[in-house]
Structure formats: structure tokens, C-alpha cells
Ligand binder design. Structure first.
Ligand code: F6R
Length: 364
């Protein structure tokens, strides 16, 4: 059942290149993003001057990457909300707002309630869902299915990656429809997305390196992840994965925010995973790494090939394939998933069924 893997989580991590390809390929037609197979025609994307993304947990982290990419490519303002907060904060929803919800199971109660609230306010709802026929897909006006296949491990891995891939396609589609990017740029981006999906295969080869780093973390009780921009969203996901299966206490921080208080927690037995894949933020990240290193932190640097960083600044460096900055989360997350996985295995924990957690959260 586990296809030769020790756990479903590892099997699902290794399925990522395939499910990314399955999810992306049918939606790139003649080099351009298209959702006609999902029953969404090109005119649909013309009507929105605001987007609200709502989700929980890992799906929320995919939404945060989505916010950054949609804003960057299409210049449409995007809000990204925790579903259980969105419901009760009386959100301002103006007429031309598209509400996008993201959910692997399609059954998360707070996310479903967000769909109902948006519909009550007369707004169009678009669900990005993995489980066919689930409640959220039935109630939303439109559904784009991710093709991750069944995800058995409680910790979500492949579902996150395919959610990201849909976020990229939606951002490109909006940019193309609203004309903020030229057709040529969109064609290049579509190619970039396909290349990123292929590059995920290479990242799986970093398995032993991730295992080695997890061994270095065998005795720790606390851990920080930090990054800037897309790397901050990625840090949140890396930290959540680590917490839920290894039970190490982790926090993810926007790297520039650490010095406003939290740096007080840094000590020699509190390592920092520095996620540093964004070229334009490199010099700022180097400054932040120096800040934690000078307080005694061991630094695990996750970066990409070709980034020039003084070896004195880290204890170990993992190099991801060098893609365009915007696609780095697709490859970066895999290393973070592997790091969490091996941290749990080393602690002899029940990787696929962590304590206190259920696969879908159908209670408030
Ligand atoms: C973390 C995890 C959870 C889910 C969250 C939302 O690994 O699996 O954080 O992402 O409960 O679930 P869905 O996507 O089913 O709405």
C-alpha cells in the first residue's frame, strides 16, 4: 500500500513531481493557462478588482504564496484570511471581489462557512479542492480540482504543492486577462511553471542531506524558521510540518521581524533554518542571518545554487535548483517536508498519524 516507502508521508512527498504534472498539464493549452476544462471560461477572470483567499493550515500557507504571486503578476489586491477569523470579523466584501477558498479535503468546516458567507453576500466563490464531490466543491460556484490523488498522511504534502501550482496558473490567467503582462511574458511564465514541476524531481535527491540535517536536530527542543517574502510563507509551512509530526516547538518568522523581540529566544541550542531563495532579498537576509548567528544560533541555510553566501555564516547549506525567484516555493517546500519527516522518524514517532490531529477538521 505504501509502494515500498516506510510511510505514506514519504510516498506522498515522492509523488509530487507526478501530481504537479497531472495538475498543471491539462491547464496549459498552447503555452497559455486555461481553465476551460474546469468549466471556467476566459471572460470569468475579467470582472474582479479584489480577491479574498480563505483557508486553514497548510492550505492557508498555499494561499499566502498565492496572494504574493497574484499581486505581483496581475496587480489585483489580494487579502488572505484564516477561515476561522474571516467568518467572525465581518469582512468588507465589495461587489467585484472574487472569494477563493483552498482545501485539500473540501470538508473543513470553517472554510465551508467562508463559502456560505461569501455566497450570502452575493459574491462569486471559487474553490480549489482535492477531493471530488466534497462539501466545499458542491457549494462553491466554481471548483478547480487539484489532482493530488488521495492523501493519506495526516501531514499534508503533495496537496500543498498542487494548490501552489493552481495559484500560479490563476495568477498568470488574471495577469493575461487584465493585460498587466504581455502574452510573451505569460508564455515564459507557463514554461517556468512546467520547469519548476520537473525540477521537483531533482529536489527529491536531497533526501539524504535532509536526513543528515534532521540528525543534527536530534536533541533540540526549539527551532526557528525564517525568511522574507515568499520564503516567509514557506517558513510558515516548514514550521507547521515540523511541529505537527516531530513535536519540536517551532516558530516561523519574517526574518526582519526577529529583532523586534523574538531574537531574545535565540541561543546555542535553538537552531535557525534560514530560507533564503529570493535573490532580490539576499543582502537583507544575510544581515538577518548575522543577527542570529552572533547570538549563538546554528544556522541551516536553505538556498539555491549560485547564491553567494559566506560559508562562515552557516553550519550547513542545502542548495535547491536555481529557478526564477517566484517558483522557488515549489521546490523549497520539498526539502522542508523531508526535514520534518526525518525529524519525526529519528524520534520514532507515528509519522502518518501524529497525536491530537485528524485528517479533516469538520468541527469549529
Ligand atoms: C497540515 C494540515 C492541516 C490542513 C488544514 C486544512 O499538514 O494538513 O493544516 O492543511 O486542516 O485542511 P483542508 O486543506 O482539508 O481544508
Amino acid at each position: 500500500k505504501k509502494g515500498g516507502f516506510d510511510h505514506f508521508m514519504l510516498k506522498e512527498i515522492f509523488e509530487q513531481p507526478q501530481v504537479l504534472s497531472d495538475t498543471i498539464h491539462p491547464r496549459i493549452i498552447d503555452g497559455f493557462p486555461s481553465f476551460t476544462q474546469d468549466g471556467i471560461n476566459d471572460n470569468f477572470w475579467l470582472h474582479f478588482n479584489r480577491i479574498s483567499i480563505v483557508a486553514c493550515g497548510t492550505a492557508l500557507h498555499a494561499g499566502m504564496v498565492g496572494k504574493a504571486i497574484i499581486e505581483k503578476l496581475s496587480h489585483i489586491p489580494v487579502e488572505c484570511d484564516i477561515a476561522s477569523e474571516f467568518r467572525y470579523r465581518n469582512p468588507i466584501m465589495t461587489k467585484n471581489t472574487l472569494v477563493i477558498v483552498i482545501s485539500q479535503s473540501g470538508e473543513t468546516l470553517d472554510t465551508l462557512a467562508a463559502v456560505r458567507l461569501a455566497k450570502l453576500r452575493g459574491l462569486p466563490t471559487l474553490a480549489i479542492v482535492n477531493v471530488p464531490g466534497s462539501s466545499i466543491s458542491r457549494e462553491a460556484d466554481y471548483t478547480i480540482y487539484t489532482y493530488a490523488g488521495p492523501e493519506i498522511s495526516v501531514a499534508s504534502t503533495k496537496a500543498y504543492s498542487v494548490q501552489l501550482s493552481i495559484m500560479y496558473l490563476v495568477a498568470m490567467k488574471l495577469a493575461m486577462t487584465t493585460g498587466t503582462r504581455s502574452f510573451e511574458e505569460i508564455r515564459t511564465l507557463s514554461k517556468g511553471l512546467l520547469e519548476a514541476a520537473e525540477a521537483s524531481q531533482q529536489v527529491l535527491k536531497l533526501k539524504e542531506e535532509a536526513k543528515f540535517c534532521a540528525q543534527q536536530f536530534a536533541k533540540i527542543k526549539d527551532l526557528f524558521f525564517f525568511g522574507r517574502g515568499l520564503d516567509y510563507s514557506l517558513s510558515l509551512e516548514g514550521s507547521l510540518k515540523m511541529k505537527e509530526i516531530s513535536y519540536i516547538h517551532c516558530e516561523a518568522y519574517a526574518a526582519g521581524e526577529m529583532k523586534h523581540g523574538t531574537i531574545a529566544l535565540i541561543a546555542p541550542d535553538v537552531p535557525v533554518v534560514a530560507v533564503c531563495t529570493q535573490e532580490f532579498l539576499l543582502s537583507k537576509m544575510i544581515g538577518n542571518i548575522k543577527e542570529v548567528q552572533s547570538r549563538g544560533a546554528n544556522v541551516l541555510l536553505i538556498t539555491k545554487e549560485g547564491m553567494e553566501i559566506d560559508p562562515e555564516l552557516y553550519n550547513h547549506r542545502i542548495d535547491l535548483p536555481a529557478l526564477d525567484d517566484i517558483f522557488m516555493p515549489l521546490v523549497g517546500v520539498i526539502v522542508l517536508q523531508l526535514l520534518a519527516y526525518y525529524s519525526a522518524v529519528i524520534r520514532d514517532l507515528d509519522v502518518d498519524k501524529p497525536r491530537n490531529l485528524a485528517k479533516s477538521v469538520t468541527v469549529e
